[in-house]
Design a protein around this ligand. Structure first.
Ligand SMILES: [Zn+2]
Ligand SMILES: [Zn+2]
Length: 349
């Protein structure tokens, strides 16, 4: 049992409804208590993700009273029955979904697809815009002292998503990888990871203000949403007939341009969906060039463990931006809506 008993109630920021950033309002909740096999984590930092903005706008199934925030790091302060005692007081980064550990998907190692567990923060259970959250050894990865909470918070979603996508695209050293939305939280870290894997990276960004950050993350060329510029940049880096891989982090705004940039047998992996709706897939191009278009979802605990090791080894350096107190999370959302955030903002309770 815990030696540091959390208080009976905690501060959160919840949705009063759906709409602009003003629907994010402070509230008080009972502090979660750990059930069998569960942890309670005192939130040290929580990332503010584009997915949160979609939920806030009413484009996902989040209603009034929802506590958003699925990018969480902090310290384990209470253990439920059946949890080994050495979890207490550990600093951890969390995967955004708590899997059940028992269903067919979990048994097959596909915990990202588990729908039987406590679920996804901010959807199925209260998220990290709060002082405390429930967690489990199945979604928690210990953080070494050298990685602070703000960095730890963004490792699963903003970094792990890109690692999983690059792995699924089978990126090889020397291949040309295009990252769309390269200035965003996932984009910036996907650039750094692709570079770490030995790829030559072209970043596609929506505004010139993000070019410098994408270059310093490891992109050899950065293009501002222009198909001709993208083709030229890909060719210059050795993609004579096009890019080998596209990691698409925005979806509708860039999909057609990104698909056209692919070489024969190129792979486009969708990870972001900033404007939900149908995408213009060109069937002729896809067939003749034998393109592969696939999706890649959020990281699992193995992906997050690998990301923690990469960061601890200095192979990549995540860059949390715009650290704010939790009470100002609405300002972080307003900045996301205005597309002025480079990298991933975090809030701290
Ligand atoms: Zn996220
Ligand atoms: Zn499961």
């Amino acid at each position: 049992m815990s030696t540091v008993a959390p208080p009976a109630t905690m501060r959160v920021v919840e949705l009063a409804g759906t709409g602009d950033a003003s629907v994010l309002v402070p509230a008080t909740r009972p502090t979660p208590r750990p059930g069998p096999g569960e942890l309670v984590v005192r939130v040290g930092a929580c990332g503010v993700c584009g997915h949160d903005a979609l939920a806030r706008r009413g484009e996902l199934a989040a209603g009034p009273g929802t506590v958003l925030g699925h990018e969480i790091a902090g310290r384990v302060v209470a253990l439920g029955p059946e949890v080994p005692g050495d979890w207490l007081d550990r600093r951890v980064a969390l995967v955004q979904r708590i899997p059940c550990g028992r269903c067919d998907e979990c048994a097959a190692g596909a915990t990202t697809h588990c729908r039987s567990g406590p679920g996804f923060y901010g959807e199925d259970l209260d998220g990290g815009y709060a002082e405390y959250v429930r967690a489990s050894p199945r979604n928690a990865v210990p953080l070494p002292d050298g990685i602070d909470d703000a960095t730890g918070a963004i490792l699963s979603c903003a970094v792990g998503t890109g690692l999983r996508a690059l792995r699924s695209a089978e990126v090889w050293p020397g291949q040309v990888v295009v990252v769309t939305g390269a200035g965003g939280g996932v984009g910036l870290h996907t650039v750094a990871l692709a570079r770490h894997l030995g790829a030559r990276v072209v970043g596609l960004v929506g505004s010139a203000a993000k070019v410098a950050a994408v270059r310093s993350a490891g992109a050899e060329a950065v293009v501002t949403s222009d198909a001709d510029g993208l083709r030229d940049a890909v060719r210059t880096l050795g993609g004579r007939r096009g890019a080998h891989v596209v990691v698409e982090t925005t979806g509708a705004p860039t999909f057609a341009t990104a698909l056209r940039a692919l070489a024969p047998r190129g792979r486009l992996v969708l990870v972001g969906n900033t404007e939900p709706g149908a995408l213009p897939l060109d069937p002729g191009r896809t067939i003749v060039k034998e393109l592969r278009v696939s999706g890649s979802a959020h990281a699992d605990r193995d992906d997050l463990t690998e990301v923690v090791e990469l960061v601890a080894d200095g192979a990549i350096t995540p860059v949390p931006a715009h650290r704010r107190p939790l009470a100002e999370v609405a300002d972080a959302h307003a900045a996301l809506d205005a597309r002025t955030v480079t990298g991933r903002a975090v809030v701290t309770p």
